[in-house]
Design a protein around this ligand. Structure first.
Ligand code: BGP
Length: 462
């Protein structure tokens, strides 16, 4: 069948998920507590309809069925994460053999079904005991992470050839230290900067360990959000530049180029927000850059120059330098409150080509969360044509980027099956498969069938 949008041979068709959002079995198999278990215990009201992370989608018990389903809908790759608190309860010391068995079984099941597992080490889920020591604020936690990474590479690195240190490392910074949507709900930019900095040091140290001992690829997954200015007015351009520094280049530059942007450093310095560093950090970052970059893309950021002076009594925030701009006529996903702008994915790829050595990359998350999807049920199946349009819309721009010499190797949807999404719990559904949150029964949506065809044809008709 001739297809209009044909992708290069070997294109990665798949999806992504994370341990805490899917495994469940929170109190089983010797798992320790992470910050999500703890936060839910003390503030269940923070979670949509009071649903917490104890059972989620029960991947822990149903992984065989799920992997079978993935195979059926044409996955050749899938990104999972390891739960640090499951593998090393408490975050340091003793490795939990039940967890080793579980992850071995999962990885082997993927390989037996010709699905390459990509493994990520940290997806927002800090072991509680380490958070109690200050989490990423504390360099001891960096060492604990490096040890966890070393153990993971040693245990699973014979079969897993694509590793990622962090998923969206800026999100715990924003959520936990600026905007109150992750535990520990601190609002303190100086700590936020320290957390971001130490995360990057942990990342580079893990990359170093991997390169010294293994021959696969290691990278990081970043949520790159293009910062479009309202206009070409220099004040709007400056607002978008500062946003880009804070929200994209703070991690992208050190990960790919091995150094923080000079203007980010001077901006932080001017406002007394520089982190504590140690001798050797600069060289460490410079010498341990990534082999591959995962790009999560959901929405663009549109900004304009600040219209009012910041309240002098409010704490320092990135938002001191820009206002969000609501572009008239923008297309919205009203459930998640995110703009849909497909071309963003292309702009990111062109930026990586022009300014980041055209590093090997892939779309590691992109997806559409929709509330009350049951209203689209027809003969027992959710007819999610909106999701198919969403995927196609983005893939067309990925295709164009490839034609112009950019380097994305694949596309992973967020996510395979409806899962527990942090504070939003099961509010917005993202999956190719729906999950009944009572019975845990999985049912393919229309998008699953579409994806199976697209993967089989390595492309689709417009
Ligand atoms: C990304 C995260 C995922 C996932 C997704 C959807 O930022 O990496 O873990 O949750 O966003 O967002 P949300 O769950 O907030 O709707």
């Amino acid at each position: 069948m001739a297809v209009e949008y044909k992708f290069p041979e070997g294109f990665w068709w798949g999806s992504a998920a994370s341990a805490t959002q899917t495994e469940g079995a929170d109190k089983e198999g010797g798992k320790g507590k992470n910050i999500w278990d703890h936060w839910y215990e003390i503030e269940p009201n923070r979670f949509f309809e009071g649903v917490g992370p104890e059972t989620t989608s029960d991947f822990y018990h149903r992984y065989k069925e799920d992997i079978q389903n993935m195979k059926e809908i044409g996955h050749n790759t899938f990104r999972m994460s390891i739960s640090w608190a499951r593998l090393i309860p408490g975050g340091e010391g003793h490795v939990n053999q039940e967890a080793v068995n579980f992850y071995n079984n999962v990885i082997d099941e993927f390989l037996a079904n010709d699905i390459e597992p990509f493994v990520n080490l940290f997806h927002f889920d800090m072991p509680l005991e380490l958070q109690e020591k200050g989490g990423w604020e504390n360099r001891e936690v960096v060492d604990a992470f490096v040890e966890y990474a070393r153990q993971s590479f040693a245990l699973f690195g014979d079969r897993v050839k694509k590793w990622f240190t962090f998923n969206e490392p800026i999100v715990p910074v924003e959520g936990g230290y600026l905007y109150d949507f992750h535990y520990p709900n601190i609002v303190d930019a100086k700590k936020a900067v320290q957390v971001a900095y130490n995360t990057m040091i942990a990342h580079a140290k893990a990359v170093k360990v991997y390169h010294a001992s293994h021959d696969g690829k290691i990278g990081i997954i970043l949520n790159l959000t293009p910062s479009y200015p309202r206009s070409q007015n220099p004040a709007d351009l400056k607002a978008s530049h500062v946003c880009d520094l804070f929200f994209n280049r703070s991690f992208l530059d050190p990960a790919v180029k091995g150094e923080f942007p000079a203007d980010l450093i001077s901006l932080l310095e001017e406002h007394g927000q520089l982190p504590n560093t140690q001798a050797g950090d600069k060289t460490l970052l410079k010498e341990n850059i990534v082999d591959i970059l995962g790009v999560n893309y959901y929405q663009p950021r549109r900004v304009k120059a600040k219209e009012t002076l910041p309240n002098p009594y409010s704490p320092f925030m990135p938002d001191w330098f820009f206002d969000n701009y609501e572009m008239p006529g923008r297309k919205m996903n009203p459930y998640r409150g995110w703009e849909i702008y497909e071309k963003g994915v292309y702009d990111i790829m062109v930026n990586l080509k022009d300014n980041y050595g055209n590093i090997e990359s892939f779309i590691s998350e992109n997806g559409m969360g929709v509330q009350n999807e049951e209203r689209f049920l027809k003969n027992g199946r959710i007819e999610d044509d909106y999701r198919i349009d969403f995927i196609k819309g983005h893939l067309k721009w990925v295709h164009k980027a490839i034609e112009e010499g950019c380097n994305p190797k694949g596309y992973h949807l967020w996510t395979f099956m409806d899962n527990w999404s942090w504070m939003n719990a099961y509010k917005n559904r993202y999956g190719f498969f729906s999950v009944d949150i009572e019975t845990k029964e999985r049912t393919a949506k229309k998008s699953a069938t579409w994806f199976a065809e697209a993967s089989k044809n390595n492309g689709f008709n417009g």
